[in-house]
Design a protein around this ligand. Structure first.
Ligand SMILES: [Zn+2]
Length: 211
């Protein structure tokens, strides 16, 4: 090696190679299926892995959840018939009614856990998943990822759903209560949000780190 001029030799990057962090042995990288990991042939340590995460599937799920979210909020949840009077209940009219009947904290919790938090969660999912398809991490990605981790436990559409079902059963002796499209919408939304929550957010960090 010629070191006469004192400059170090130019560094040549070899992305097709993987070096084991544990035993320094060098391996040729090969293609992996989603969820698979490559192990070191010498010491057995994990060299690198391919995420199980399918960004396109998650994006499709997020868009579907947003559409269902809009439909569930636009459609009435229940219809009540009592003494010839028919009353329809939407999520927002229920929240407003709880507010005007002096149970402000209940109204605020319902508005947060069933409307605001799920909506914010879906918007953040849309942002970080779109970001994962970009060549570099956009501004706000880190904040969005932290926001998602914080919001996840606060989105409680399923609790609301159980509450509504219990109310329908309890009120059915007093009035004729019918479940409407909004209730089914929130049911589907619960399933979609649960499916989204099974994806490991950690894998999104690795997408740009591995590039
Ligand atoms: Zn090794």
């Amino acid at each position: 090696m010629d070191m006469k001029d004192g400059a170090p030799p130019p560094l040549r990057l070899r992305p097709e190679l993987a070096i084991c962090e544990h035993c320094d042995s060098v391996h040729q990288r090969g293609p992996l299926a989603p969820g698979e990991a490559a192990d070191c042939r010498v010491c057995g340590a994990t060299l690198y892995r391919r995420s199980r995460l399918d960004i396109d599937a998650m994006l499709a799920l997020t868009v579907a959840a947003l559409i269902v979210f809009v439909l569930a909020n636009a459609a009435p949840i229940v219809t009540m018939q009592s003494a010839g009077v028919t009353t329809r209940g939407w999520l927002m009219t229920m929240v407003a009614s709880a507010w005007s009947h002096g149970v402000g904290p209940v109204a605020a919790i319902a508005a947060g856990t069933v409307f605001l938090f799920p909506l914010a969660q879906l918007a953040l999912y849309l942002f970080v998943l779109h970001a994962a398809r970009l060549p570099a991490r956009p501004k706000g990605f880190v904040a969005a990822m932290h926001g998602l981790r914080w919001l996840r436990p606060w989105s409680m559409v399923e609790v609301f759903l159980i509450g509504i079902l219990v109310s329908i059963i309890k009120m059915s002796s007093l009035a004729r209560v019918t479940a409407e499209a909004g209730l089914w919408g929130f049911g589907v939304l619960t399933i979609l949000l649960t499916a989204l929550s099974t994806f490991e957010l950690r894998a999104l960090w690795e997408i740009h780190d591995g590039r």
